[in-house]
Design a protein around this ligand. Structure first.
Ligand code: AMP
Ligand code: ZN
Length: 479
C-alpha cells in the first residue's frame, strides 16, 4: 500500500517517500487577507485538508506538520484599508482589515469541515527570516540592491546553476526558459532592474505604510515582496527542504518558481520541496469567475444557502487536478447525496478500519472522485454481488461507510444531529411541528380527515414533510 502523488516538477506520479516518516512536512500557500474568500480559494483549502487527513491516517496524527500561511502585508491590503477606514491611521486600518478578514476566513473554512493547519504563520511575524534569506542571496550574488529595492536575478542563478549542477535551473518548475520569459511581455520592466526577468525581494515603503528595517545595507525602511514571504515561513517552520508544497495551478509561475529560486539559492539546495502539487481551477456555471461578470461567489454567501458539508462534497466530486465547473445542479445533487448517506449510516460509530477500495482511490494521487464512487457502493441496503460487502451485515457496511466518509471530512456528525441542523437551517420550530402533529393525530382519531389534511398542507407549506408508519409519524425538512 503506497501513496502516489503527481509532482508538477517531474510531471509524473511518483511514490511518496517522506524525508522523515516521523515528521512529514507540507506547506500550502494561504490567503492574502483583504477580502472575503471566494469559492475558488476554497479549493486548495479543501483539497490539501484531505491530503492532510490522509497523511495523518498513514503516518499518525503526531507525525504530520501542515503549514499554511496568512499573507498580511500586501498592496491590496493597504488599498482596502485606506478605502474602508479613511479616518484611521493606515497601520491601524490595516490591522482592522487583516484581523477581520482572517477571522472571516477561519469561520468559512471551519464551516467547510477543514482542520486547522498545525501552524498558521503570518508574514508580518517573519520579517527577520525574510531579511536573513535576502542577506544570504545578496552575499551569494543571486540578488542585488538598487534604488532601495533588492532584486533577485534569475540570470545569475542560471549562470551559477550551469557551473554547479546541485542548483536547479530557474524555470524548471514552470518549464519556461529565461529567453521565453524575456520575450514575454508580462515581465515587469522597471528602471532599477538589471534584467527584465529580475523580481523584487524587498521594496521601499511609502510614508505611513507598514515598514521594517531593510536588509542589504539599505538605509530607508521597506517591506518584503510576496514570494520571499513563503520561502521565509516554510524555512522557519519546515526547514530548508521538506516533503510537499501545494497551491493552485496559477501559483506555479511566478510565485512557486520564485520560491524555489530563493530557497535553493539561499541554502545551496537542489530542491525546496520533494513534491509540488497544484489544484486545477474552478469556474462557475461554465464561466471564469470574475467580479465584472457578476458570477463571483464567496464562501460566505454560499454558506447562507448550503451547509458547508454540501460545498465540501461538491468540491471533492472532481479530481483535484481537473478543472471544476461549479453549478447549482451539482450542488443540488451533492445535497441529495448527503441526505442519502446520512440515512445510510444512521447513528453508528465509525469502523476502526478503512475500506481498502476506498483507500486505494485516495492513495492514487488523491482520487476523491473514485473514493466517492466507492462510498456510493457501500450501502447497508444494497447487497453487492462479487464484492467483499457480501460478507458484511448491514451495520458493518454502515460503519465502514462512516469511517471512509470521515477520512474525507464528511459525515462528521450523527444522523440525528444532521437532521436537527437541517431543521434549524430551514427555520422550522420543532415545538410547533410537534403541536401540529398532535392536533393532526387527534383529528385522525376522530375521523376528521378534512382537518387532518388541512394540517398536513399547513406543515407542507412550512417546509415539513411527514411520514406515517406503524411506529408513528416522523417528519423531516422537505426537499
Ligand atoms: P489568491 O488569494 O488569489 O492568492 O488565492 C489563494 C489560493 O486560491 C491560491 O492557492 C490560488 O491558486 C487559489 N485559487 C484562486 N482562484 C482559484 C480558482 N478560481 N480555482 C481554484 N483555485 C483558486
Ligand atoms: Zn506562497
Amino acid at each position: 500500500m503506497e501513496l502516489r502523488l503527481y509532482d508538477t516538477l517531474s510531471r509524473e506520479k511518483r511514490t511518496f517517500v517522506p524525508l522523515d516518516a516521523k515528521d512529514v512536512r507540507m506547506y500550502v500557500c494561504g490567503p492574502t487577507v483583504y477580502d472575503f474568500a471566494h469559492i475558488g480559494n476554497a479549493r486548495p483549502v479543501i483539497v490539501f485538508d484531505v491530503l492532510f487527513r490522509l497523511l495523518r491516517h498513514l503516518y499518525g496524527e503526531a507525525h504530520v506538520k501542515y503549514v499554511r500561511n496568512i499573507t498580511d502585508v500586501d498592496d491590496k491590503i493597504n488599498d482596502r484599508a485606506a478605502r474602508d477606514f479613511p479616518g484611521l491611521p493606515l497601520n491601524e486600518a490595516i490591522r482592522k482589515v487583516t484581523e477581520q478578514t482572517a477571522k472571516q476566513f477561519h469561520a468559512d473554512v471551519d464551516a467547510l469541515g477543514c482542520l486547522r493547519p498545525t501552524v498558521e504563520p503570518r508574514a508580518t511575524e517573519h520579517i527577520g527570516e525574510m531579511r536573513e534569506i535576502i542577506e544570504r542571496l545578496v552575499a551569494g550574488r543571486f540578488a542585488y540592491p538598487a534604488e532601495d529595492h533588492v532584486l533577485f536575478s534569475p540570470q545569475a542563478m542560471n549562470a551559477m546553476s550551469a557551473a554547479n549542477s546541485e542548483l536547479p535551473r530557474y524555470g524548471a518548475l514552470s518549464k519556461r526558459s529565461l529567453d521565453e520569459m524575456i520575450a514575454g511581455a508580462r515581465v515587469d520592466v522597471a528602471p532599477y532592474k538589471r534584467d527584465a526577468t529580475d523580481f523584487v525581494l524587498w521594496k521601499p515603503s511609502k510614508p505611513g505604510e507598514p515598514s521594517w528595517p531593510s536588509p542589504a545595507g539599505i538605509a530607508a525602511q521597506g517591506r518584503p515582496g510576496w514570494h520571499i514571504e513563503c520561502s521565509a515561513m516554510a524555512w522557519k517552520h519546515l526547514g530548508e527542504h521538506f516533503d510537499i508544497h501545494g497551491g493552485g495551478i496559477d501559483l506555479v509561475f511566478p510565485h512557486h518558481e520564485n520560491e524555489v529560486a530563493q530557497t535553493c539559492c539561499a541554502f545551496h539546495r537542489e530542491r525546496m520541496a520533494n513534491y509540488w502539487m497544484h489544484n486545477g481551477f474552478l469556474q462557475v456555471e461554465s464561466e471564469k469567475m470574475s467580479k465584472s461578470l457578476g458570477n463571483f461567489v464567496t464562501i460566505h454567501e454560499l454558506l447562507a444557502d448550503w451547509p458547508g458539508e454540501v460545498l465540501r462534497l461538491n468540491m471533492l466530486k472532481t479530481h483535484y487536478r481537473s478543472p471544476i465547473d461549479w453549478t447549482l445542479k451539482n450542488l443540488e445533487e451533492s445535497s441529495k447525496t448527503l441526505d442519502e448517506w446520512y440515512r445510510d449510516v444512521a447513528d453508528v460509530e465509525p469502523s476502526d478500519d478503512i475500506d481498502p477500495d476506498f483507500l486505494n482511490s485516495l492513495l492514487d494521487d488523491l482520487n476523491t472522485a473514485g473514493a466517492i464512487k466507492r462510498l456510493h457502493e457501500i450501502s447497508p441496503v444494497m447487497r453487492l454481488s462479487q464484492s467483499r460487502l457480501d460478507d458484511w451485515g448491514g451495520e458493518t457496511a454502515q460503519r465502514y461507510k462512516k469511517s471512509a466518509a470521515m477520512l474525507l471530512g464528511l459525515l462528521p456528525q450523527s444522523a440525528t444531529a444532521r437532521s436537527e441542523q437541517m431543521r434549524s437551517r430551514a427555520g422550522i420550530d420543532p415545538a410547533k411541528v410537534a403541536a401540529l402533529l398532535a392536533a393532526r393525530s387527534e383529528a385522525r382519531a376522530r375521523k376528521d380527515f378534512a382537518e387532518s389534511d388541512r394540517i398536513r398542507d399547513l406543515l407542507a407549506a412550512m417546509g415539513v414533510a411527514i411520514k406515517d408508519s406503524k411506529e408513528g409519524t416522523t417528519w423531516e425538512v422537505a426537499r
